[in-house]
Each structure stands twice: as C-alpha cells, then as structure tokens.
Write a protein that binds this ligand. Structure first.
Ligand code: PMP
Length: 279
C-alpha cells in the first residue's frame, strides 16, 4: 500500500511518525473514515465539515484547504487502485516533548491510508450485546481515543456476537462505531437525538434526509434496550457499513432473526443515492 504522511506518498514500510507524536502519547488528534465506491469518494462534504468542526473543538485548525484534502484523497484512491473500501485520515497536533500542556504552533501530523474491502452487497444482519458506555463526555468530537469502543467490540466478538450497543443512564447512546436505530411496530423510526453523548454520523444525516423524503415517520430521542428488544426491527449506520440491519439485541431476536423490510429498503436507497452524489 501507498500511504500519505505529511505531504509525501510512500510505501507503508517507509512511512514514519515520531514516537513523540501527541496522537501516539495523548490521543491528541482527530480522524475521519470515508467510503469509496466505484473508485469514488462518498459523502465528502459531510466528512470534511465534521473534520473541521472536530479540529476546532480541540483547538486545532485544518491542515490544508478542503479542496487540497480532496485532492489528496483522490490521489490515494488512484495510487492504491482503490475500487471499493475506506480512506482513513488522521490529523494530530504534532510531535513535541511529552507535556500535558499543549504546545502551540506544532507542525500537525497528517496521515492517510486506504483499506480495500467489499462494502456493497447484501447484509446478513448483526447480533449485538449491550454494555455500559464508559467513554468520555465529548463523543461528538471524532478523536482517535478509541480504547473503550475497541474494548467493547472485542468483548462482543469474544461472546460470538458482532457489536456492542453502549448504554448510559438506561438509554442506548450508540454502537461501538455506528449510530443506532429501532423501528417500532407502528413503523416509526427512532434514533437518539444529537448531543455531546454521540457522534453526529454523516451517514445518519443522509439517512434521516432519505427517511423524510420517503415520508416515513421519525423521532429523534433516546431509547432503551428493552424498547429495542420489543421493536419490529433495528439497524445501524456508519460510513463504511451504510445501513446495516441488527437482528438480535442481548439474545432477543428481532423480525425472526432476519433483516427487516425498513432496514433493507433504507439500505438500498442509501447506496443508490450515495453512488450518485459521490465525488
Ligand atoms: N458513532 C461512532 C462512535 C462512530 O465511531 C461512528 C463511525 N465513525 C459513527 C457513529 C458513524 O458515523 P459516520 O456515519 O459518519 O461514519
């Protein structure tokens, strides 16, 4: 693979970042993951907008203009012959002698790499467990501090399941790396409202737009695990998972343990639309 490090496109074996990088020592950095389908970048405006916001929330600025970053993304697709998969972008505050006080004026570290993988196609549905949400209080910022998410997803896998839904004060916040939804027996879609408690998903935003275009009913509010277990169906969204059905919550199967019609329909429409809008 060819990776991008601070202005250079190099083979991954040759890429180097300082051991004093604050991303490495303090998780002092922001990332974005963008899907690539048919060699094109999906949801660019959403991801670049969130990157700028996340950086701003921790006192950092954009490493280069949005146009330049798009060029780097496109160059990565080209150099890695990426037809379908993900582009990972990470911007950290830079390298400095270890100190909790953030030094000013560092040269940011900018890294990109690609991951080829099949993203489109039928999805069989995920089985999830619930776990306590032990993350920090600013989950709306997309920082590289992913230890809690990584721990709970690993726990789910060890239990033979696919993902973990995190619960705080009795309500589901989100999945380990995705936004969560249930569909009530009356056909209403429920997903947690935006706040500091969850990441404002780019896929979430598009799916909510599609839901309105399709004249489906939607309510943005927190829901419980019990409510999910009694729902007609459930699903999750993320940039490289699009709309993925959830078929089991803490051992209780939904829709007979198969992907439900609303999840399937939204999944199809989402892929169709994001193919059209990709750049
Ligand atoms: N929540 C969390 C915690 C995530 O890590 C992600 C994926 N980055 C999402 C939600 C979904 O966001 P997006 O649709 O922008 O990928």
């Amino acid at each position: 693979r060819i990776v991008y490090v601070n202005g250079a496109y190099v083979p991954e074996e040759e890429a180097m970042v300082s051991v004093f990088d604050r991303g490495f020592l303090f998780a002092d950095g922001i990332y974005e993951v963008t899907a690539v389908v048919d060699g094109k970048i999906c949801e660019w405006d959403g991801h670049i907008g969130r990157l700028e916001r996340s950086l701003g929330e921790i006192g950092m600025s954009m490493p280069m203009s949005a146009e330049e970053l798009l060029e780097v993304h496109r160059e990565m697709v080209k150099r890695n012959n990426l037809e379908e998969g993900a582009i990972y972008l990470q911007v950290t505050r830079g390298a400095a002698d270890r100190d909790f006080v953030m030094p000013e004026g560092l040269d940011q570290t900018v890294v990109l790499f690609t991951q080829a993988k099949k993203l489109t196609g039928a999805k069989s549905g995920l089985r999830v467990i619930s776990v306590p949400d032990i993350r920090w209080g600013r989950r709306d910022i997309k920082t590289v501090q992913l230890l809690a998410a990584s721990l709970v997803k690993t726990e789910a896998k060890k239990k033979g399941k696919d993902d973990a839904w995190m619960v705080e004060d009795g309500f589901v916040t989100e999945g380990s790396s995705n936004n969560t939804y249930i569909v009530t027996k009356e056909g209403k879609i429920i997903t947690r409202n935006l706040s500091n408690s969850i990441l404002p998903g780019i896929t979430r935003k598009s799916v909510l737009r599609i839901v309105e275009e399709l004249d489906m009913e939607i309510e943005e509010r927190p829901f419980t695990i019990e409510e999910a277990q009694n729902a007609a169906e459930a699903f999750m969204t993320a940039a490289t998972s699009f709309v993925t059905p959830v078929i089991e919550v803490d051992g209780v199967e939904l829709n007979g343990g198969t992907p439900g019609p609303v999840s399937k329909r939204l999944g199809e429409v989402y892929i169709e639309e994001s193919r059209k809008a990709s750049c």
